[in-house]
Write a protein that binds this ligand. Sequence first.
Ligand code: GLU
Length: 384
Amino acid sequence: MVSARVSKIEPSKTVAIDTLAKQLKKEGKDIVNLSAGEPDFPTPDNVKEAAIKAIRENFTKYTAPSGIIELKEAIVNKFKKENNVGYSTENVIVSCGGKHSFYNIVMSLLQKGDEAIIPKPYWVSYSDMVKLSDAAPILCSTDENFRIEADLIKEKITKNTKLIVINSPNNPSGSVIEEKELRKIADIAVEKNIHVLSDEVYEHFIYSGKKHVSIASFNEDIKKMTITLNSLSKTYSMTGWRIGYCAAEKDLAKAVEKMQSQSTGNPTSIAQKAALEALNGPQDFLKERISEFEKRRSLMVKMLNGAGLKCDLPEGAFYCFPGIESTKLNSEQFCQKLLKEHLVAAVPGIAFGTEGHVRFSYAASMPDIKKGMERVKKLIESLS
Ligand code: GLU
């Protein structure tokens, strides 16, 4: 008999589909996996070497539960340099992946009776993690391009609203919040005393000359109300290492540290050394990878539209989120048919709270994208 708390959530669909696709591949099936957002590039060599060195030097014991001080310093520098936000090491908590950071924040901040506003489409795990905290996820719509709008958030605010979750560039739509909207959200949050959880894990994956802006950089008032969340997973191709982090005002950071000290304890010591090297080491590989992602994005968008699925050019992240209404299938049916009959793994839009769409990841090689999209075309043709 499991608890009511766990009974009210669903297993993560991104994780379930990715696991199934990897298993089928292992069994010898010619699967094209465009499900999870996992860059196909390897972790950079200098990062791998730092981890090997850590093992050789027996850096294999417990660390402080919220992370080693050198890593926190590197994160503080990163926030200053890349995001123009001045945090100190007391604001920073290192966790076992961005997902873990999100979980610890909602568990530390929310309780029964609280409401967290989550714009749709949203990353699959936000609403279930809010449910685990016993608070209520309040879903809110976005504009016709899935851009988060301050006025749409404002409509959902009640006296119980404790948190607004924002994610730009967005998983799954790739939309980027306009700076003027971000400033409006900041003003609303400060005025109403509502926290903002800003998930910035795709900050570097932003195209066509756009630049990422961190909400916490606007002024001290919004910085105090913001929890900035990030991860090494996407930027440094370190999905399996499980290192994420957040920065928040000191009392909340302390609460998150307490949660962590009574649950997981420290993130893996070796992975922390790898993360330290990732943040402090050369960053030039990233430019090349991002320009590769831009090419992949163009190819996927072109082929999706060519197959008859309407898809605008996403501004960021590494997902396409085309509409599938023309197929008359719902997103679950579409993805099941695509996997069973055409061996392509993708994630149904309903997992992101948005029916009528499917998410394809282009964090895959060009040949895989091409093959996957040809198969999508075959599926569409078989339906007419
Ligand atoms: N965040 C990635 C995704 O959306 C990884 C899988 C997950 O944890 O959801 O595909």
